[in-house]
Design a binder for this molecule. Structure first.
Ligand code: GAL
Length: 415
């Protein structure tokens, strides 16, 4: 009798303890593995701030920060796919809003997040454009933490002031400015193409500028053929831009190339606004910004977190996604990451001047989806596009690039 009482007591104790663990956010093993490619300046700080918000609410959970370095997820996405298909998923992983999700065969490997959207009222706090980008096959597969802008031209304020120049609003102005900097032995435009995606990133912004928002969108829907003369013009323009960049670009990553601007050796740099997070992390404030020359268009993308089927720490992962969606989470993450919140109710006074200007532009400029960052096209197409443009950065062969781009569209639009 006494023995039975003791064992009932022990079972109750274990049960109670497990329930308490689950209630306070601790699942099996009481850990949480978050998978991303955020290792650069600004990215790492933003992620840490988001994890800190989580940790405050769930102090007993051990967070594992699983990163695979490489901008735009060049390395991380491939490793992740192997983990998902091999049955070793993390608890949550970084995923761009848009067609990128197709890569991970979501119906097989991911859990739809519609319930979290419902319980947290997320269809009321994210902008309509973003909500439609987040849906694939009738479900939400990611919780967005931010909105990034890809087509920003950053410039060194001192170099422009010293040379009595204005940041160029048109490409004609751009090439005039380039001439002045070249004569002074200053690199007009710094770029790093080491990881293979950056040349495609910069071309995407030139393409948007040369085509305008509607024609650019048409390239990804099949409405505008890649053989169009406007694409030829965009490639020729890009070739001209690439003629005056740093000669060591193939050896540098995006953030290494940016160092030239900080060191007053380069005047301009085209990159997404994670650059703003990088500047903040380096305490550098000598920069100005504007849209890439041409019409004002917002080349947008969004980072979200997705939930794999069979996530080992399911309750912790679901709580992580709720923190990602929360006002507190987004207000902690975005000022450091250099992005604006996906939520529309964040407090703008927490953000620096660049980010406040981006918030305004997001609501006033036409928005187009970024291709290199997963929004506009399926990953298979993005990869081919990326490789074509990376080759272009060294070969500068307009006809070959245009023909390959056309073929890539034919292959992928037919799918
Ligand atoms: C993008 C991502 C950004 C930033 C950038 C550079 O794809 O959306 O958050 O990390 O890559 O790594």
């Amino acid at each position: 009798m006494y023995r039975r009482l003791v064992s009932v007591f022990c079972i109750a104790l274990v049960l109670g303890f497990s329930l308490a663990l689950v209630a306070c956010g601790g699942g099996k093993g009481n850990k949480l593995e978050i998978y991303s490619w955020w290792t650069a300046g600004g990215e790492a700080e933003g992620l840490k701030a988001l994890m800190d918000v989580y940790q405050k609410q769930y102090p007993n959970v051990k967070i594992i920060n699983a990163t695979v370095a490489g901008g735009a997820g060049t390395n991380a996405k491939a490793v992740l796919l192997t983990r998902l298909t091999g049955g070793k998923p993390p608890d949550a992983f970084q995923l761009h809003a848009g067609l990128e999700v197709q890569k991970y065969d979501p119906e097989k490997y991911l859990l739809p997040l519609d319930d979290i959207y419902k319980s947290e009222g997320l269809d009321k706090v994210f902008p309509a454009d973003l909500l439609s980008l987040l849906q694939y096959k009738g479900h939400y597969w990611g919780i967005p933490v931010n909105i990034h802008r890809a087509n920003v031209m950053w410039y060194n304020k001192k170099l422009f002031a010293d040379n009595h120049l204005q940041p160029p609003a048109t490409w004609d102005d751009y090439f005039k400015v380039v001439k002045v900097f070249k004569a002074k032995k200053i690199i007009p435009m710094t770029i790093g193409t080491k990881e293979g995606w950056e040349a495609g990133h910069v071309f995407e912004t030139v393409l948007i500028s040369a085509l305008g928002p509607d024609a650019y969108k048409g390239l990804w829907t099949g409405q505008l053929p890649w053989t169009d003369a406007k694409v030829t013009n965009a490639l020729n323009l890009y070739k001209k831009v690439l003629a005056d960049v740093n000669t060591d670009h193939a050896a540098l990553t995006w953030d290494q190339a940016l160092q030239y601007l900080v060191d007053n050796k380069a005047a301009m740099f085209v990159m997404g606004d994670w650059t703003n997070g990088w500047f903040t992390s380096k305490n550098y404030d000598g920069y100005g910004w504007q849209c890439v020359p041409g019409p004002k268009v917002y080349d947008g993308l969004s980072d979200s977190f997705a939930l794999p089927k069979g996530a080992p720490d399911m309750v912790n992962a679901q709580n992580w996604l709720k923190v990602c969606a929360s006002k507190a989470g987004q207000e902690a993450f975005n000022p450091l990451k250099g992005s604006i919140p996906a939520r529309t109710d964040a407090d703008p006074s927490l953000f620096n001047a660049y980010l406040q200007s981006a918030m305004k532009d997001w609501t006033s400029e036409p928005i187009v989806p970024s291709v290199i960052h997963g929004a506009a096209a399926i990953e298979k197409w993005v990869t081919v596009y990326k490789d074509i443009m990376n080759t272009f950065a060294t070969k500068l062969d307009v006809a070959a690039a245009q023909q390959a781009l056309d073929q890539a569209a034919k292959d992928n639009l037919a799918m």
